[in-house]
Design a protein around this ligand. Structure first.
Ligand code: ADP
Length: 670
């Protein structure tokens, strides 16, 4: 029996494991780095122990330190969560050697899935469908090219040792092959010290559909259906859902059984996920198996009503699976949106800082928020900048989607830039609503997702004007020193004789100037203004009311309600179809173009320098990419905030950089 579990992780996943352990009456131990001494997971656990300095390679990734802590505190089992040591076979083995149960699969299963080509060989033998392609030992260029020619272009070259999209090249035609192969090999060598390549047929419109499998130590296995994770940015999931829309029961069964075959081929035990590419014509192909609990497991929990962490613990202590395949059913539909501290409009650059406001939507039977942070916490450069997972459920996809939109509108965060508005735009977009899911979803729909890519729509301007005018009116009232003075009456609004004003705003990459006139000037007893707003030949009459997050606008007699938020004069109005993002240009101040993300020239997180793109002392224009860093599996561009020159770079390509470290020195041109 497991009586005490140490969770070798942090943040929301540590909190998540603690929740199930507590429910089962099992004591918990949290580990923490110096940066996490006051973190939520530490408070939630029964005991906690410091395992080192802030950088993960000095704490959460140090297997020996974690084992030592586990032995000192007499734990029976270690749950690795995901990330960190969760797929590290050596760590699993160390647990075993120290008589500590590793809550995960056997070492051999982790190892078997470590190489893409080895995994493919195993799956091929087990009869699991593979993407057509070549994954053999003969690595001669002529043979690789011949297999590409034979299967037909486009093809994808992949590093066998790959991960995070590295060493991967798309080849559209025969003429590109040679160069692409050389580039993929170079990258694979640099990243993994191994340039073994696979050639795969490139599917142009696939979906990412993955199957949750579970096996116990007695030879039983089940699948808990699928998740669609097609909405990805740079191969990282953004919104996941279960079940996969439009999947037939037949296909579901075939995929489930294929996934189980995959698991059984490596004598799997515990929770695992088999990832497939699902093609338009209904065929599906094995991609890889993740030998751990996935970030997106809560959508499966919502539709099956099962607690997967509880299952993991039961299986780890030798109990049979809690349910058989026939006892498992799908109920309703669930979505998960990953709330990140990042800036989607600046290449998803992680954003760091203090969470000065953290107000998630109310949790209930439809809404679940898995988080590992509290208001006042710091989102640091050291770890993944995920703030929370927002998970919603309802009886069908449309209803669940409405729940998701509502919950996103009610998620208030300040202090860091977040992706909430971007998630809202994804969820509210027509293709998402119509289930037009493909792995290229974000690229394909960027014109409705990113603030600077959307097509401006003048019909949205009066809503923006209403918000700005109401905010201004509220401030005038708030700051009026004497509430009885005519200056503080909302109808008087401004010491401007004509009661005319120009509102300047920046929206969808363009500047707009709106003319505003107050119409109900001089009327006594009127507490709200009516404005006439015009832009070129358009004219609207607006009035409205404002509260902390809610905006009610009466536009030419049509009353509508929205939620809104503001940060540094950047406003967002959440409408049913889209979040309108705009900047208010304050009179006299002008507004700088937001090229510098505000993070200066410091590394956004621990990572590697990929490339230096300019020569020191050469003058470059504002916005030029100076260097590229890779962190958290993503590349981040560091850009010139103004015309000027780099006087020195502090790192070379390939070097490791600690989060927060200065990267370069830049001198602006006078
Ligand atoms: P990595 O391990 O480097 O992340 P994967 O093999 O898991 O690489 O693939 C990552 C993503 O690349 C997939 O989720 C999918 O979006 C895309 N992808 C991979 N293989 C193919 C393919 N054959 N055709 C089209 N897209 C692919």
């Amino acid at each position: 029996m497991i009586k005490k579990i140490l969770i070798a992780n942090r943040g929301e996943i540590a909190c998540r494991v603690i929740k199930s352990a507590r429910k089962m009456g099992i004591a918990t131990v949290a580990v923490y780095s110096d940066a996490d001494a006051n973190a939520l997971h530490v408070h939630k656990a029964d005991e906690s122990i410091n395992i080192g300095a802030a950088p993960s390679k000095e704490s959460y990734l140090v297997a020996d330190r974690i084992i030592e802590a586990a032995k000192k505190l007499n734990v029976d089992a270690i749950h690795p969560g995901y990330g960190f040591l969760s797929e590290n076979a050596a760590f699993a083995e160390k647990c075993k050697q120290n008589d500590i149960i590793f809550i995960g699969p056997p070492t051999s299963a982790i190892e078997a899935m470590g190489s893409k080509s080895a995994a493919k060989h195993i799956m091929e033998k087990a009869g699991v469908p593979l993407v057509p392609g070549y994954h053999g030992d003969d690595q001669s260029e002529s043979l690789l090219k011949k297999s590409a020619d034979d299967m037909g272009y486009p093809v994808l070259l992949k590093a066998a040792a790959g991960g995070g999209g590295k060493g991967m090249r798309l080849v559209s035609s025969e003429t590109e092959f040679k160069e692409a192969l050389a580039a993929a090999k170079r990258e694979a060598n640099a990243s993994f010290g191994d340039d073994t390549m696979l050639v795969e047929k490139y599917l142009t419109q696939p979906r990412h559909v993955e199957i949750q499998v579970f096996c116990d130590q007695h030879g039983n296995g089940v699948y808990l259906f699928e998740r669609d994770c097609s909405v990805q940015r740079r191969h990282q999931k953004v919104i996941e859902e279960a079940p996969a829309p439009g999947l037939s029961d037949d296909t579901r069964k075939q995929m489930g059984e294929a996934a189980l075959k995959a698991a059984q081929a490596i004598d799997y035990v515990g929770a695992g996920t088999v990832e497939f590419l699902y093609d338009k014509d209904g065929s599906f192909y094995f991609m890889e198996m993740n030998t751990r609990l996935q970030v997106e497991h809560p959508v499966t929990e919502f539709i099956t009503g099962e607690d997967l962490v509880e299952w993991q613990i039961k299986v780890a202590q030798g109990q049979p699976l809690p349910k058989t395949q026939n006892e498992l059913t799908i109920r309703g539909h669930a979505f998960e949106a990953r709330i990140y501290a990042e800036d989607p409009d600046n290449d998803f650059l992680p954003s760091t800082g203090r969470l000065t406001l953290l107000h998630p939507p109310q949790e209930n039977k439809h809404v679940r928020v898995d988080t590992g942070v509290l208001e006042g916490d710091e989102v640091s450069v050291y770890y993944d900048p995920m703030i929370a997972k927002l998970v919603v459920w309802d009886e069908d996809r449309d209803k669940a989607l409405q729940r998701l939109l509502k919950a996103l509108r009610e998620y208030y965060i300040d202090g860091v830039t977040t992706n909430i508005e971007f998630l809202y735009n994804v969820a509210a977009s027509k293709p998402f609503g119509e289930q037009d899911l493909v792995t290229t979803f974000i690229e394909k729909n960027k014109h409705v997702l990113f603030a600077d890519e959307v097509e401006p729509d003048v019909e949205k301007l009066p809503m923006m004007a209403a918000l700005l005018l109401l905010v201004e009116q509220q401030q005038t009232m708030k700051f009026a020193s004497d509430p009885t003075s005519p200056w503080s009456l909302p109808t008087s609004w401004r010491a401007n004789e004509q009661h005319e004003q120009i509102l300047k705003l920046h929206y969808a990459g363009k500047d707009f100037e709106l003319n505003v006139r107050v119409l109900n000037d001089g009327q006594t007893g009127v507490t709200t203004n009516t404005w006439q707003v015009s832009y070129q030949s358009n004219q609207w009459m607006i009035s409205g009311q404002l509260s902390e997050h809610s905006l009610q606008v009466n536009l030419d007699g049509h009353r509508q309600r929205f939620t809104w938020s503001e940060k540094n004069n950047q406003f967002v109005i959440f409408a049913a179809d889209e979040a309108y993002h705009f900047t208010h240009y304050l009179p006299d101040l002008g507004v700088e173009d937001d090229v510098d993300s505000g993070q200066g020239f410091n590394a956004p997180m621990n990572g590697t320098v990929v490339e230096l793109l300019v020569e020191p002392d050469n003058v470059v224009e504002k916005g030029t990419t100076l260097m590229v860093m890779e962190a958290m599996k993503m590349e981040h561009s560091i850009k010139a905030p103004a015309r000027g020159k780099v006087t020195s770079f502090f790192f070379k390509a390939g070097e490791l950089v600690d989060g927060g470290a200065p990267l370069l020195e830049f001198e602006e041109d006078e």
